[in-house]
Design a protein around this ligand. Structure first.
Ligand SMILES: [Zn+2]
Length: 77
């Protein structure tokens, strides 16, 4: 299997990241938490291996919120 690399950034380019390796899972979710977190009808969720994400720029500007009663739901923005 070939090595996959994905790069992305926020709209103004202050935060940049890179993901290497094959994603383990991808799906659109339309649960109430995903709708509320994105402000849309669904969220596009990409699951990757631990350690596959590296910050190129702006890591200090990242904030996260874990829903206290949720086992795995965290919104990072
Ligand atoms: Zn969801």
């Amino acid at each position: 299997m070939s090595q996959t690399s994905l790069k992305g950034s926020c709209l103004r380019g202050a935060v940049k990241y890179k993901v290497t390796g094959e994603p383990t899972r991808f799906f659109h979710c339309h649960c109430s938490r995903c709708r509320k977190a994105t402000g849309t009808g669904h969220a596009s969720n990409l699951f990757i291996q631990s350690g596959a994400l590296s910050w190129i720029k702006g890591e200090e500007q990242i904030r996260s919120f874990k829903v206290p009663e949720a086992k795995r739901f965290t919104n990072i923005f």
